[in-house]
Each structure stands twice: as structure tokens, then as C-alpha cells.
Ligand binder design. Structure first.
Ligand code: SF4
Ligand code: SF4
Length: 345
């Protein structure tokens, strides 16, 4: 069976919006301000686990640490990633102690994704004053408790130049990978900007023997891996409105609801895969297009894919004398990070 196909009730990645509640009001947040707060019930989650065979789940919100049944939700899935703003993790709160104990009890089957938005001034401007310091404090506590964690930052052409600083000053000293995702709602990066970004990540990883990455299918294609958007095929999302949608950024394409029959959801997944995952004509030339299918349909970052200018990893490695053994170590390290967490592609 090929990529971009569905496999009965098997879903590799399920993203779940547990609650609409969040203490922040980030500038770029695309979720409506729900009043009253909407949240899933444990019965909804029970339906999810009985309907699908799920390999890995990402619990998000709103802010998932505000979900009153987070402990129970974590226990319902084998492998869990929590996407959090980090504010609930602090030195002196009983809720934080409870969360740390819950995370620790899941052992190697949990990872925590901490959101930032570039450097300190970018993050505080978008997420709120003082947020940066609190996220770093949370990272420190999670690390001290041996809980796997990584940063997720949105990028756009305005905060792009801050990425080397974040790697040098934050993610490297903390030994915490930086994963990057294009900011939805901002124009995609140009080819030259993406060339610079991809090259910077490989260069920094080579320097520090680390595994920072750009969470985009075409970045992995560029690295020689089968990067693809798995929305609708290997990936689904359950929203706090109880809708099943293909991707956590695509809340309007409804495939079914809590309680829908699997056959109905799967028929809708088939139609989605046929009609909405089209390869852009500008990618027709590309030998990787059958799998990549123009990458992330939400971010449209394919418009600036470096392969469109024949900027390949091989060419970059030759020009910069990065040896192939170092490169393959770096790539297999990224693979491990992808396996242990729930990141696109
Ligand atoms: S050129 Fe298009 S199909 Fe090929 S890797 Fe880039 S985004 Fe994917
Ligand atoms: S690659 Fe983009 S569209 Fe596909 S699942 Fe990831 S975020 Fe969604």
C-alpha cells in the first residue's frame, strides 16, 4: 500500500483538541474565543479509542493542561505528545507537581512540545509579556525531571533571522531540539529564504550534532526522506466541537463527528484525498511529487521549495564539505525525534 492512502481503522497520528480554554490570547491563534469553554468528554475519547487503532496521539487545546481530565486522557493512549504553552509548569504550584508526576508515570511514551515564537521579543510580542521566561523555566523543570521535550516555533520572514540565535543560545545549551513550522496566515517564505533556512538547520545540526528540524514534508524530501502530508490518510484530528477533520489546521473540512460510523468517515477521507490533495502544476517536474504531493497544503510552503531551483542537499553538502557520514547521522537523529513525538510530516 502506498502513501496517501487509508488503512481501515488504523491511524498513525491522531491530534485531539481537548479544550478551547487557554490563558493566553496569542496574536496568531486561529481558534475562536469560545464562550463558554468547549471541551471533549471522556466518553468522546472513549469513542475515539474504540473507533480507531491509534499509534500516537497529540493532545492540544486551547491549552491541554487546563483540561480537567488530562491525567485520564493520557492514560487512554499508548504514545502521547502534549502541545503546551508551558505556563502550568512552574516551581511552586501543586498543579505543576501533579502534571510532572503524570508525565513521568508515562515514561518514554510521552513527549512535551513547548511553544515559542522566535526569540524573547518575538515570543513576548505575540504570546504575551513574560511568556518567554516562563517557557524557559518550564523547559528547565521538564529536563530536570527527565521528561522528553522539544520547542516548536513558528517562523515567518520577520523572525527568520533569529533562528540561529535560538539554536546557539537556547536549544543547544538546554539540549532541546528546535522544531520549526511556517506561520499560518503569513506569506510563505521565498525560495531564497527557504534555501537559507534549510542550509542553516543542516549547518547547525552538523556543528552541534543535534536534530533541529523544519516540520514540513518538502524539507524531509530535501533530506532524501519520504516527507509527505499525512492529513486524512495517516493523520486525523478530533476537535473540541467533536468533529473529525484531516489536519489540526483544517477545521472546516469535516469528515465525520463523534459517533459517526467508521465507513462514513472513511468514505469522506477517500473523497478528501482525491479532491483536496492535488499536486501543484509547479511541482510536476519533481521526481518526489508522487509522495510529497506539494507538501503541506495549509502552509503552501511548496511555492518556495528549494528543489524548484535545483538546490539539493547533495549540492549543498559538496559546497560546504559536510561529509556524508555526519549527514546521515544527523538525518537518523531527526528520524528518532519524529518517531518519539508527533510532528509533521
Ligand atoms: S518541488 Fe514540490 S513535490 Fe517536489 S519536494 Fe518540493 S514541494 Fe514537494
Ligand atoms: S503537512 Fe500541513 S496540512 Fe499536512 S498534516 Fe501537517 S500541518 Fe496539516
Amino acid at each position: 500500500m502506498g502513501y496517501n492512502e487509508i488503512r481501515g481503522n488504523k491511524v498513525k497520528e491522531m491530534l485531539v483538541y481537548l479544550t478551547s480554554s487557554c490563558e493566553l490570547n496569542c496574536e496568531h491563534c486561529f481558534l475562536p474565543d469560545e464562550k463558554p469553554v468547549k471541551q471533549l468528554s471522556l466518553d468522546d475519547l472513549d469513542w475515539l479509542t474504540k473507533t480507531f487503532e491509534i499509534k500516537s496521539v497529540n493532545l492540544l487545546g486551547g491549552e491541554p493542561t487546563r483540561y480537567p481530565y488530562l491525567k485520564e486522557a493520557i492514560a487512554m493512549f499508548d504514545k502521547v505528545t502534549i502541545s503546551t504553552n508551558g505556563l502550568a509548569i512552574s516551581e511552586d504550584s501543586s498543579r505543576s507537581k501533579e502534571l510532572i508526576d503524570t508525565f513521568k508515570s508515562k515514561g518514554k511514551n510521552i513527549s512535551i512540545q513547548l511553544s515559542i515564537h522566535g526569540n524573547q521579543s518575538d515570543t513576548d510580542a505575540v504570546r504575551g509579556p513574560g511568556v518567554w521566561q516562563r517557557v524557559l523555566a518550564a523547559a528547565d523543570i521538564l529536563k530536570k525531571n527527565g521528561i522528553a521535550c522539544y520547542f516548536l516555533s513558528c517562523y515567518n520572514s520577520e523572525n527568520l533571522s533569529h533562528i540561529p540565535w535560538i539554536i546557539d543560545q537556547i536549544s543547544h545549551p538546554l539540549n532541546m531540539p528546535l522544531t520549526l513550522f511556517p506561520e499560518i496566515g503569513k506569506p510563505p517564505l521565498t525560495v531564497d529564504e527557504q534555501k537559507w533556512l534549510f542550509a542553516t538547520i543542516v549547518k547547525k545540526n552538523n556543528e552541534y550534532k543535534e536534530r533541529n528540524l523544519v516540520a514540513q514534508p518538502h524539507f524531509f524530501q530535501w533530506l532524501g526522506m519520504p516527507g509527505r502530508c499525512s492529513a486524512g490518510s495517516e493523520r486525523l484530528c478530533l476537535t473540541y466541537n467533536k468533529d473529525i477533520v484531516p489536519c489540526h489546521f483544517d477545521l472546516n473540512y469535516i469528515l465525520g463527528f463523534v459517533g459517526s460510523k467508521l465507513e462514513v468517515i472513511n468514505r469522506n477521507r477517500e473523497s478528501f484525498l482525491k479532491s483536496s490533495k492535488r499536486i501543484s502544476p509547479s511541482c510536476d517536474f519533481c521526481s518526489k511529487s508522487d509522495v510529497c504531493r506539494s507538501g503541506c497544503y495549509i502552509s503552501e510552503a511548496y511555492t518556495g521549495c528549494p528543489l524548484k531551483r535545483n538546490f539539493t542537499l547533495e549540492r549543498y553538502a559538496i559546497a560546504t564539505h559536510i561529509d556524508s557520514a555526519a549527514l546521515s547521522n544527523q538525518i537518523s537523529s531527526m528520524r528518532k525525534l519524529l518517531k518519539g513525538s508527533l510532528i509533521c510530516p
